[in-house]
Design a protein around this ligand. Structure first.
Ligand SMILES: Cc1cc2nc3c(=O)[nH]c(=O)nc-3n(C[C@H](O)[C@H](O)[C@H](O)COP(=O)(O)OP(=O)(O)OC[C@H]3O[C@@H](n4cnc5c(N)ncnc54)[C@H](O)[C@@H]3O)c2cc1C
Length: 439
């Protein structure tokens, strides 16, 4: 098999752009004709909205890919530095502990703390980093529908009737991935976790009560949790997201999905339904600014959270899945880091296995990655259930246990933050000899 020259990256989110950047870094020195194309469903650069927390490891990997440099150019939109996520009970107002990104010396881990940034800012920074790379192109409005493989290459078909052929395709098209469900592993559909994010932003200047957190807080209630966090450097804006149990049957109800233009259901606008739901769950908090947030905020939108069953198949002869397309798990402030680790590791494995069959490279990557992902999946699934509705007593027990739960996970968290995908040892192929870089 000839070394890959023409790489198709399917999906231009965090995993897709990171994969393209890492592949360019690792493979371009071996092959001057390397061509990487990202095919993205959306017509223009955009995201699903909201803000994302970047852990120390996510930021370190983004810095290695040249993205933090671009983010830093965005001034206030570069995000809010997060020393810790503070946990509170909205019923008692008591602090229950924190996830500390600053560390004992206050310097963070590997030079980075946490950062909460709007998804669109991160996306634009990733695109800016990608634009600087000569062998990388972006095609928008390309929805992957399916594909086929042969000894000679892989062909991907798009919804607009076009197709693209390459040596290798990387499925980075998220939890509902068509690359997975139409080609690699059709038996693994996405499944609703039973929990949705109901989210919006509000201007800090509109809040009169004292704000009880420094940068970011998770405010737990008997009926879910309300994340409240600054998301810009100057703390002018607060991102809020209720992590709440919403049954699948409710999500399929038009009242939650459509704009409120139907004259037969004038009271059931989705905005009102979402706002009322949030007020009912969090509006009676003893924390004054929480009451004010939910009372004043508007423009709520809903984002149902999906996941994949653990395990599954990640690759065929010429196609491999990474990021959420391979292993979407309930988000726990760090899933984006797994997508970045995937991208960097895959590129490194492909460089070491440059002259080997792709399948050998994919199998090596799978072997390195499986246990880490399985462990992460187990952890995130256990914590996610806390967002479901609880009885009063179950909620008291949960609040009582929360400080211990946060402390219990501390070691694993720090272990994940100091991880460096560049330092993972890659077992060489049997007849390995170093490939000479292009002069
Ligand atoms: C509500 C929520 C909150 C989260 N908060 C955090 C957080 O705070 N911190 C954190 O680290 N992680 C968080 N995560 C997880 C994180 O967002 C994901 O793990 C990460 O975005 C995965 O990146 P990805 O590129 O694999 O997938 P995605 O970000 O979903 O990107 C997939 C890309 O593929 C495109 N696409 C989809 N289908 C097709 C198709 N058929 N053809 C072509 N393109 C396609 C999409 O348009 C998109 O651009 C959160 C997740 C959710 C759901």
């Amino acid at each position: 098999m000839l070394p890959p020259s023409n790489v198709l990256v399917l999906g231009g989110g965090i995993a897709g752009i990171a994969a393209a950047l890492s592949l360019s870094k690792e493979l371009a020195p071996l092959n001057p004709d390397l061509k990487i194309t990202i095919y993205e469903l959306r017509e223009v650069p955009s995201t699903s909205g909201g803000a994302i927390n970047l852990t120390p490891v996510a930021q370190r990997h983004l810095a290695q890919l040249g993205v933090i440099e671009e983010l830093d150019k965005m001034g206030p939109d570069a995000g809010a530095e997060v020393d810790s996520i503070e946990y509170y009970s909205i019923h008692t107002g008591r602090g229950m502990g924190r996830v500390d990104f600053a560390g004992k010396k206050g310097q963070g881990y590997g030079g980075y703390k946490g950062k909460r940034v709007m998804r669109i800012s991160l996306h634009l920074a990733m695109l800016a980093a990608a634009e600087k790379v000569g062998n990388l192109t972006f095609e928008f409005g390309k929805k992957v529908l399916g594909g086929m493989e042969s000894e000679k290459g892989v062909t991907i078909f798009f919804a607009d009737g076009t197709s693209a052929t390459g040596d290798l395709a990387i499925g980075c098209d998220g939890v509902h991935s068509n690359t997975r469900t139409k080609i690699v592993d059709p038996d693994r559909p996405s499944e609703y976790t039973g929990i949705s994010f109901i989210q919006t932003t509000i201007k800090t200047e509109n809040i009169e009560s004292p704000i009880h957190f420094k940068a970011s807080a998770m405010n737990r209630s008997r009926r879910g949790a309300l994340l409240t966090t600054f998301c810009d450097m100057e703390k002018t804006e607060i991102f809020m997201a209720g992590l709440v149990q919403i049954d699948a049957s409710v999500l399929s109800n038009d009242a939650w999905r459509q704009e409120g233009t139907n004259s037969f259901r004038p009271r059931w606008t989705p905005l009102k339904a979402l706002r009322d739901d949030i007020r009912e769950r969090f509006g009676e908090s003893v924390i004054p600014c929480i009451r004010e947030f939910v009372d004043k905020a508007d423009g709520w939108s809903i984002y149902p959270v999906y996941q994949l069953a653990p395990g599954g198949k990640w690759f065929t002869d010429r196609i491999i899945l990474i990021g959420d397309a391979a292993h979407a798990m309930p988000p726990r402030d760090e899933s984006a880091a797994y997508a970045l680790d995937d991208a960097i590791l895959l590129a490194r494995v492909l460089a070491v296995y440059y002259e080997q069959p792709l399948r050998d490279a994919f199998q090596t990557y799978d072997t390195i990655r499986r246990k880490v992902i399985n462990d992460a999946y187990r952890d995130s699934t256990a914590g996610w259930a806390n967002n479901k509705d609880h009885s009063k007593w179950a909620s008291r027990v949960e609040e009582w246990l929360a400080p211990w739960q946060l402390r219990r996970r501390k070691r694993a968290r720090i272990g994940a933050w100091v991880f460096d995908a560049h330092e993972v040892e890659i077992p060489p192929p049997k007849d390995w000899k170093e490939v000479e870089p292009w002069p």
